[in-house]
Design a protein around this ligand. Structure first.
Ligand SMILES: Cc1cc2nc3c(=O)[nH]c(=O)nc-3n(C[C@H](O)[C@H](O)[C@H](O)COP(=O)(O)OP(=O)(O)OC[C@H]3O[C@@H](n4cnc5c(N)ncnc54)[C@H](O)[C@@H]3O)c2cc1C
Length: 458
């Protein structure tokens, strides 16, 4: 793609057309500072940027980072975003990389330029112009977006959990719905205060358990015109024949039993054909009345990857990569995390879009990019599946541990499962901040939690 008219070309660091150019700094640009990209850029900044061994930059369309697996807690209102979000500018300042605010909208592989769209404020004034940044090595780590499979009404009437803004929007609508029901003169209507969650993978299932608790929490703060057992209803809808299909059948059944005890209605083998303003239509003809609808049924790569200057993309819009995580048509461009399509040798299916894959790929690329800069050959990425865990909030955590941790594979539940579930987030925090800050933050959060409501009320 040629540079679009009006793009301002910024050259970050000196031009270094190839790795062996010597003298000038090699420019490593990471696009997307999420679960994987932010770990990678932080560690490369510490290792190479600070010592002036390379010029490291992050291009990111958001200003703050929140680890994506926390979004269902934000939506349910059990997490205070401000205690967990991280400012990209500060992280860049502390860890030896540069933060470029903006959304990647195109690429010029011949000139080695990433094109960014302009940013505007609420009043329509420009914040940053459309611009382009040069790279020698580019890593694309822009994650995934919810796949609605073209289902009518999803865009208009359902909320996805792709960003903290969407999760916060859902939470605001939830609290508004409770306040409305509490103050209205007429009794609560059928479907009012009902939530339909479409997709019973880990996200939808975890959200249903978390919502069960927090909705009751909000009502308990004096919204006494709402009868939780009669008025609140959560329906979990899944096209497959069981919920959390990634877990072994025994754990799916245990999870379904637990949700059933909480009063969550589960509809498996149920395909959604339309979302309407007042609920969800199923292929069977059944209509599920619901004031709030969450779509959590599958992901795909962001639109921009569909035609990114000729890079090979999968049918689901992910960039096809080699075992080294290099894209198939350009050695200088890597892709990682949810936006990468990697089918491990001997497997038929690509790696799952999971935080543990993004975390492992970030650790791998820190070493491999350094090796490449030193002129040494790169090693292939090998994914280690540690298993799947599903948190049902305070009620339970269930999961299976796989591979070399447990030999053949092992089911776990309860406290140990909860610890393991939390450990993935701790690993992410450790990669970003190191043990001292993580320790202090954990203590601070534990202390303040004792003096605040356990659920968001506004
Ligand atoms: C509610 C929920 C619960 C989950 N729970 C788990 C779990 O328990 N365990 C697990 O392993 N996985 C879980 N996941 C999946 C996990 O969150 C993802 O697999 C992981 O975040 C992928 O990391 P990533 O770095 O590829 O992308 P992301 O973390 O999504 O980061 C992508 C980044 O790129 C930025 N970006 C996007 N487009 C552009 C652009 N064009 N230009 C510039 N920047 C851009 C975004 O703003 C974002 O910061 C969960 C997901 C959700 C939604």
């Amino acid at each position: 793609m040629a540079i679009a008219a009006g793009f301002h070309v910024s050259v970050n660091g000196n031009q270094a057309p190839n790795i062996a150019s010597g003298g000038s700094l090699h420019r490593i640009v990471i696009v997307g500072g999420g679960a994987g990209g932010l770990e990678l850029v932080t560690r490369l900044g510490d290792r190479l940027g600070r010592r002036k061994h390379a010029d490291i930059s992050l291009i990111e369309k958001a200003r703050t980072h929140l680890w994506k697996p926390l979004l269902h807690e934000v939506a349910a209102g059990s997490m205070d975003v401000s205690r967990h979000e991280l400012d990209y500018l500060a992280q860049a300042y502390w860890h030896g990389f540069r933060y470029r605010f903006g959304e990647m909208v195109g690429l010029d592989r011949t000139k080695r330029l990433v094109h960014l769209a302009a940013n505007f404020d609420d009043e329509g004034r420009i914040i940053t112009p459309a611009r382009s940044f040069g790279y020698d090595t580019l890593v694309i780590a822009i994650g995934s977006v919810t796949n609605d499979f073209g289902t009518p009404g999803v865009k208009e009437y359902a909320i996805a959990l792709d960003t903290p803004e969407q999760a916060q929007l859902f939470n605001r609508r939830l609290i508004n719905a409770c306040l409305r029901a509490h103050t209205q003169a007429e009794p609560v209507r059928p479907g009012q205060l009902h939530v339909a969650i479409i997709g019973a993978g880990a996200t939808g299932t975890e959200l249903s358990a978390e919502l069960h608790r927090t909705l009751r929490g909000v009502v308990a703060y004096g919204l006494d015109k709402i009868d939780p057992d009669k008025d609140l209803k959560i329906t979990l809808i899944e096209a497959a024949d069981r919920i959390v299909p990634a877990l072994p059948p025994r754990l799916s059944s245990a999870t379904a039993r637990l949700l059933g005890k909480l009063g969550v209605e589960i509809r498996t083998g149920a395909r959604v054909t339309e979302v309407r303003p007042d609920g969800v239509l199923l292929a069977s003809g059944d209509f599920i009345l619901s004031e709030l609808v969450v779509w959590a049924a599958g992901v795909r790569g962001p639109e921009v990857l569909q035609n990114l200057d000729g890079l090979e993309a999968s049918p689901s819009n992910q960039l096809v990569v080699l075992p080294t995580l290099q894209t198939t048509r350009d050695d200088n461009i890597f892709a990682m995390g949810d936006c990468a399509w990697l089918v491990p040798e001997g497997d038929k299916r690509p790696l799952p879009p999971r935080a543990q894959a993004a975390h492992q790929q970030a650790s791998h690329l820190v070493k491999q990019i350094t090796r490449r800069l030193e002129g040494r050959p790169m090693e292939p990425f090998v994914y280690r599946d540690f298993g799947s865990l599903v948190s049902l909030g305070e009620f339970s955590t269930v999961g299976s541990l796989m591979g070399f941790i447990a030999g053949k594979g092992m089911m776990i539940e309860g406290f140990i499962a909860r610890l393991m579930y939390r450990s993935l987030y701790k690993l992410h925090e450790m990669a970003l901040h190191g043990p001292l800050k993580v320790g202090l933050d954990t203590v601070a959060r534990t202390l303040t939690r004792r003096t605040e409501p356990h659920v968001k009320l506004h």
